[in-house]
Design a protein around this ligand. Structure first.
Ligand SMILES: Nc1nc2c(ncn2[C@@H]2O[C@H](COP(=O)(O)OP(=O)(O)OP(=O)(O)O)[C@@H](O)[C@H]2O)c(=O)[nH]1
Ligand SMILES: [Mg+2]
Length: 467
């Protein structure tokens, strides 16, 4: 080993050990419902922060103030590490493929060596800033809405909403023969919880976002335990001791205390900046109900970040104030850039509505359309005499190249949001499509991260003021 290698390695070790907790830390939460694009976002963001050739919109990078960015051991010993290397290898390897779905919280620490801006840069040495990125399922965040709610209120609310949904037919049929005032028996409880979990999964697949309790969808090691063996019942006239109702109520409270609260205490309460990834194109494709549902879920997520409402809980947990929240519509590479402003306008209108409904006054919020990993190139084609701004990419299903046109998003977001709010069952005279592309084969130059759309802008909004 050459001497420079040894000193280099030594230097790195010392840098790694040097009082890791005294330097400032930003904790960035990355969330979104399942398949929203969290894993790909974190992978692409970290890769592009380490190799900043494609990050001109991040001021500190453009001005050359980021001297280096490197991965370090994370501060929390009991949280799984975000498997950056494996995910990056998946999307940038010789046979690029999407990373596996992830089902729990994970964390990664990226540290920066930064030059001070302006004159100070000349006199002061570089400073260090740690970025702790926490990936957590958005489904778990929706559970915060349960904290202030009683079992009776939650159950009434859920049953009121799901009556019209085809996905709930099985659960409602299972409920029909049940008297909530009758004596509890575990077989019935299990059957109801199973049928309800089945409904939640079907509702998720159909594009609905209001699917609580979130752990029913992603149970992890809690699968089959009593805290996950309850379901919403219609309130009976009387609720005698030992009744199914009473037992369900008890388990609902246990779920809040033993599942929801620890998550908020250990992860959520410590977040400074948050990005909420939203598969808006997917919801638009699924139809007005899915869009309305997405809006409701966003309102609920925003309410979780509202200082005050959950203050009693957050105060107890020593929560900090989240300073910035970015709502990003992901997978914008499905659209030609001429449609990006429309997608962003829809996203911004959704955020505005969600803010109004959540009565939100708190952090700075922004809406954006991004693609963490760009899989397409733009192409203009003529179809039946019309000129269409389309995109071309490699189809996930066949591996073949194809040109794709997602449909014309309206200029006015109200054309999407109003039918959604009014409970329309389909779009009036529009057809939106989505398509699954495989990651493109890349030939990256040194210093260049994987291609993206507006990931640099997203980073600037989330971190720019601290770099
Ligand atoms: N075209 C395109 N597709 C994307 C992009 N990001 C994510 N996807 C697609 O969305 C899928 C889900 O992305 P993930 O990053 O795994 O989503 P996630 O939110 O981590 O999903 P879970 O771990 O299952 O909750 C991927 O397998 C891709 O098919 C993107 O930037 N562009
Ligand atoms: Mg994931």
């Amino acid at each position: 080993m050459a001497l420079s290698d040894i000193t280099g390695a030594l230097g790195r070790t010392i840098e790694g050990l040097a009082q890791p907790f005294s330097d400032p830390v930003i904790r960035l939460g990355v969330t979104g419902l399942s398949r929203a694009g969290k894993t790909v976002f974190i992978t692409a963001l970290v890769a592009n922060l380490m190799d900043r050739g494609r990050m001109p919109g991040l001021r500190a990078a453009a001005e050359g103030r980021i001297l280096s960015a490197f991965l370090q051991p994370q501060p929390d010993d009991t949280v799984p590490r975000f498997d950056f290397e494996a995910h990056l290898a998946a999307v940038t390897g010789p046979e690029p493929h999407w990373p596996e779905s992830t089902r729990a919280v994970s964390e990664l620490r990226l540290s920066f060596r930064l030059k001070e801006a302006g004159l100070l840069g000349g006199v002061r040495g570089p400073r260090t800033l740690h970025l702790d990125i926490v990936d957590y399922p958005g489904e778990w965040l929706l559970d915060l809405g349960l904290m202030g709610r009683s079992y009776a209120a939650w159950a009434g609310d859920v049953l009121g909403r799901i009556g019209a949904r085809a996905e709930a037919a099985g659960y409602l049929a299972a409920l029909a023969g049940v008297d909530a005032a009758a004596a509890h028996d575990e077989a019935t409880a299990k059957e109801l919880a199973g049928a309800f979990a089945h409904y939640l999964a079907a509702a998720r697949a159909a594009g609905y976002s209001d699917c609580t309790p979130g752990r029913f969808l992603l149970p992890g090691e809690l699968a089959g335990s009593p805290v996950l063996t309850f379901a919403p019942l219609p309130a009976p006239a009387a609720t005698p001791r030992g009744s199914i109702w009473r037992e369900m109520e008890r388990r609902f409270e246990a779920y809040k205390e033993k599942v929801v609260k620890p998550f908020f205490r250990d992860h959520f309460a410590r977040i400074d900046r948050q990005v909420v990834l939203v598969d808006a194109l997917g919801a638009i494709h699924s139809g007005p109900r899915a869009v309305e549902d997405m809006r409701a879920a966003m309102a609920e997520i925003l309410a979780a970040f509202r200082p005050g409402k959950v203050g009693w809980l957050m105060g107890l947990l020593g929560a900090r104030r989240v300073e910035r929240i970015l709502f990003a519509a992901t997978k914008a590479d499905h659209l030609h850039h001429s449609q990006h402003t429309r997608l962003t306008a829809i996203m911004a209108a959704l955020v505005r509505e969600a803010k109004d409904r959540a009565d939100f006054a708190g952090a700075d919020t922004a809406a954006m359309s991004i693609a963490a990993l760009r899989t397409t190139v733009e192409e203009t084609v003529t179809h039946e005499g019309r000129v269409l701004d389309a995109v071309r990419g490699r189809l996930l299903a066949t591996g073949r190249e194809a040109t794709f046109y997602a449909g014309d998003l309206p200029q006015n977001p109200a054309e999407i949001l109003s039918p959604a709010r009014q409970g329309a069952t389909g779009w009036l005279d529009a057809d939106y499509r989505v398509m699954s592309f495989a990651p493109a084969r890349l030939n990256l130059k040194p210093g260049e991260g994987p291609p993206h759309i507006r990931l640099d802008r997203a980073a600037e909004f989330l971190l720019g003021d601290r770099l």
